[in-house]
Design a protein around this ligand. Structure first.
Ligand code: BES
Ligand code: ZN
Length: 456
């Protein structure tokens, strides 16, 4: 491995520069005004992949943002790995809270600041560096590799299912490798074997045709904002349990072994609360924080609007109010079923005098990889060699909807070898990436191809 590792070592500065150039492209998938930037971001990646020697590099259209595909299949008889990641990023608001502009990457004290630095361009780019290192030093990889880097992960991958149906043959693989998750801590290189799923809803409560004078009409007309508040308050009880009938029916209970494994990881509740700036942690009674985030479903309000919120007072009954809601799901909950149950419940608890519309925006299924999956064990050895320390096995509370599709539809087991850290402010102002893990991640992935090639 010395040749490949030496190449990665010698290339450090250039890899960082190239990543920074890529980060300058504002590939915000949710923003229509950035459509051309998203496309350019895909094309820049494709050009890079061609340059480093990958084959059949294409920017493939979808009904939304394009998918970048590339392959190197020169190792017949060896396993084929599918590297999945995303080149799109989350919006940057509130912009005024960024210390340096989100698309002008800057390194400060070994941290690379930019939107997408760790989620997910930095982690995608480290894979590119490893492929380059093998191809430049040996002219070959020890395994076959396919890359699928999409541009709509941050908006729920709405067009990926159709894409897969159209390109199923290209995506056949023995294992998928995904670097889009945080490690447990800086001291704990990690392999993630579970992700939560997601059901995302938008609810709208409509009352009178237009805003009304609250003096003339207060007392005879239902107030949509108050009606919505009642409906939302009915979603959870004082123990933080979701009150929607049937919500927990499909939840796989935690086994004693699961609980013991989670309890073995250090967790300082007071320190976490202090770090987040909250008085204390809260959550479903009877479960530890890690159990609640990794292995129990939740329901959250993501946004809430209605009526007047400008300076001073305005005496109205608003015509409408609304909220965005999401449930994080665990095996074996189904996003469509849960979405329907929550929607039905909201309609049922709505007070009289208002009209309620609930829409399901997107969803994703949860995943859980069995710990005895051979590729996961190969990854365990690779992380140990790359980081000089064996990984801990973790689950995560976040979602990557395509992973369940890979596992369930394409029958490809997934290795989640992410090298982010929980403090890196993903989706928030001042996102950054600890550069030390950018480089350690390259080493681990270089060893991963070596380890996987031995699986035959
Ligand atoms: N990288 C994250 C997924 C993630 C975050 C995994 C935290 C584990 C811990 C990914 O880019 C993401 O943010 N996914 C969205 C998916 C959604 C838009 C369907 C998420 O989890 O909110
Ligand atoms: Zn994200």
């Amino acid at each position: 491995m010395d040749d490949v590792l030496a190449y990665l070592e010698a290339g450090r500065e250039r890899f960082l520069r190239e990543l920074m150039d890529w980060l300058r492209i504002p590939s915000i998938s949710s923003a229509p005004e950035h459509r051309a930037d998203v496309r350019r971001c895909a094309e820049v990646l494709a050009a890079h992949l061609r340059r480093i020697g990958l084959h059949r590099v294409e920017v493939l259209p979808t009904d939304g943002h394009p998918v970048v595909y590339a392959e190197w299949l020169g190792a017949p008889g060896r396993p084929t790995a599918l590297v999945y990641g995303h080149y799109d990023v989350q919006p940057v608001d509130p912009l005024e809270l960024w210390e340096t502009p989100p698309f002008e990457p800057q390194v400060r004290d070994g941290l690379l600041f930019a939107r997408g630095a760790v989620d997910d361009k930095g982690q995608v780019y480290l894979h590119c560096a490893v492929l380059e290192a093998y191809l430049a030093t040996r002219g070959a990889l020890p395994v076959n590799v396919k890359l699928l880097i999409e541009g709509e992960e941050e908006i729920g991958s709405p067009h990926l299912d159709a894409f897969i149906a159209a390109h199923r043959d290209r995506l056949a693989a023995d294992v998928a490798v995904i670097s889009d998750t945080p490690m447990y801590s800086a001291e704990h290189p990690s392999l993630c074997y579970g992700l939560r799923g997601l059901a995302y809803l938008e609810v709208e409560v409509e009352g009178p045709r237009s805003d009304l004078h609250s003096g003339s009409w207060g007392g005879v007309v239902a107030n949509p904002a108050l009606a919505l508040a009642r409906m939302l308050a009915a979603l959870k009880d004082a123990d933080e349990r979701v009150m929607v009938p049937g919500f927990y029916d499909a939840v796989r209970p935690l086994t004693d072994a699961d609980r013991a494994a989670l309890a073995a990881l250090p967790y300082d509740e007071t320190a976490v609360a202090a770090e987040l700036g909250v008085p204390c942690l809260v959550g479903e009674r009877g479960y530890s924080p890690l159990e609640r985030v990794w292995a129990r479903p939740t329901l959250d309000v993501n946004g809430l609007w209605g009526g007047y919120s400008g300076p001073g007072a305005k005496t109205i009954i608003p015509a409408r109010a609304g909220a965005k809601l999401s449930c994080r799901l665990v095996p074996d909950q189904d996003p469509d079923t849960i979405g329907r149950l929550v929607a039905d419940y909201l309609r049922q608890v709505a007070p009289p005098g208002v009209r309620v519309t609930v829409r399901q925006l997107h969803g994703g299924r949860p995943v859980l990889t069995p710990l005895d999956t051979p590729a996961l064990q190969a990854a365990q050895r690779a992380v140990e060699r790359g980081f000089g320390k064996p990984p801990v096995f973790i689950r995560e509370g976040g979602s990557i909807p395509f992973v369940a599709t890979l596992v369930e539809q394409l029958r490809v087991p997934s290795v989640l070898l992410g090298v982010g850290l929980p403090d890196e402010r993903t989706h928030a102002p001042n996102e950054f990436f600890h550069l030390v893990n950018f480089y350690r991640g390259m080493r681990a992935v270089a060893y991963l191809w070596d380890e996987l090639s031995r699986l035959g």
